[in-house]
Ligand binder design. Sequence first.
Ligand SMILES: [Fe+2]
Ligand SMILES: [Fe+2]
Length: 168
Amino acid sequence: MAAKTKTLDDLFVDTLKDIYFAEKQVLKALPKMAKAANSNELRAAFEKHRDQTEAQIERLEGVFENMGIAARGKTCDAIIGILEEGKSIMEDYEDSSALDAGLVSAAQAVEHYEITRYGTLITWAKTMGNSDVVNLLKQNLAEEEQTDVDLSKLAQASINKAALAKSS
Ligand SMILES: [Fe+2]
Ligand SMILES: [Fe+2]
């Protein structure tokens, strides 16, 4: 006979472990991005989101607890790749006027990855009928969406224009 059929619960827990791993990687990457940023506003945005990420990790631990399982990450190759690309931008555009525009693009790739994960997890938690978990995950999703909007505003207001200028 085939092995026990996996269910939505299994998918949910695997994906929860994926985003838990991802958030921990993002927590380590954001201070490096803040340090690299030329714009004070961009640096402040990264620092703010670092603090939010810390709280997001705690909410995820609340989700694990709610489900009665140990909080454990599972290697997420997607976030490793996205953060690797961000690292390449920091190296390739170091000392260039386009660095901040590149940092915003790298950060928005992270936000969009997080948004897709939280969107899926919330939909599944609703199906599973777990409203406490839905509420925790919705708080994380709202922060990712707001960060994405804030980064777009920053890029459009100043950072992209600054990137047009040639560095001397
Ligand atoms: Fe996050
Ligand atoms: Fe985020």
